[in-house]
Write a protein that binds this ligand. Structure first.
Ligand code: GRF
Length: 216
């Protein structure tokens, strides 16, 4: 059920283009998602994500080693998240590993999107075009999108939602990436909506969507 009095407060982390961030922003604007982007965190002062945030009146905090020193990054991030009264952290092309203090503090409340069907084609070094190149080299006929909860390993947390995308013999990595990105925009919004509507229950490694089956 929608609760317009109390929209979910999300913080988006993005390092690059931020097209997923933009898709979430538009979903909120078009009232497909009852949430507020309280702020964005980026390590990259030159990112298009930061420009988009600023153009749209969203606070963008640049937090990186150079500005804060390696040991202060987590504190600086937590300070922002607290100030923004963050309820859900949404990683959208954020190229840095999330430190343990943040994972502890926001346990089961940090989401990431990965452009393949985890647990295949994930882990350290599997980002951007590397993922699609590896998928094409492997010869699999399907790839897809995974939204998962972030834990302290790369791409290993509990899976919230997945969508399958076909791989064609003629695909270049760029063509596959484009087809997958289109699905990313749809399912990231849907996954965030599950949190906004309080429909997520975690049972061990499993994410159960309340009301999806007769039993829950
Ligand atoms: C997406 O492919 C996402 O799955 C991955 O990083 C990419 C970010 O793209 N985590 P964008 O910055 O949202 O355009």
């Amino acid at each position: 059920m929608e609760n317009n009095l109390n929209p979910l407060r999300i913080a988006v982390f993005a390092s690059g283009t931020g097209t997923n961030f933009q898709a979430i922003f538009h979903a909120i604007k078009e009232k497909r998602l009852d949430a507020v982007i309280a702020g964005i965190i980026t390590n990259n002062p030159g990112s298009a994500a930061k420009v988009f945030a600023e153009e749209n009146g969203i606070e963008a905090a640049v937090i990186n080693k150079k500005l804060h020193g390696e040991d202060n990054i987590e504190n600086a991030i937590i300070e922002c998240l607290e100030k923004w009264e963050t309820e859900l952290v949404v990683l959208a092309g954020y190229m840095k590993k999330i430190g343990d203090p943040i994972i502890e503090k926001y346990k089961n409340r940090i989401l990431n999107i990965h452009p393949a069907l985890l647990p295949s084609f994930g882990g350290k070094g599997m980002y951007g075009m590397h993922v699609h190149e590896a998928v094409l080299e492997s010869g699999v006929k399907f790839s897809g999108v995974t939204v998962h909860i972030v834990d302290n390993e790369y791409d290993s947390g509990s899976i919230v939602m997945q969508e399958v995308v076909p791989v064609f013999d003629t695909d270049t990595p760029e063509e596959l990436q484009k087809r997958i990105l289109k699905e990313e925009y749809i399912i990231y919004t849907e996954a965030i909506k599950l949190f906004a509507d309080d429909r997520i229950k975690i049972n061990g490694r499993k994410v159960i969507v309340k009301g999806e089956n007769a039993e829950n």
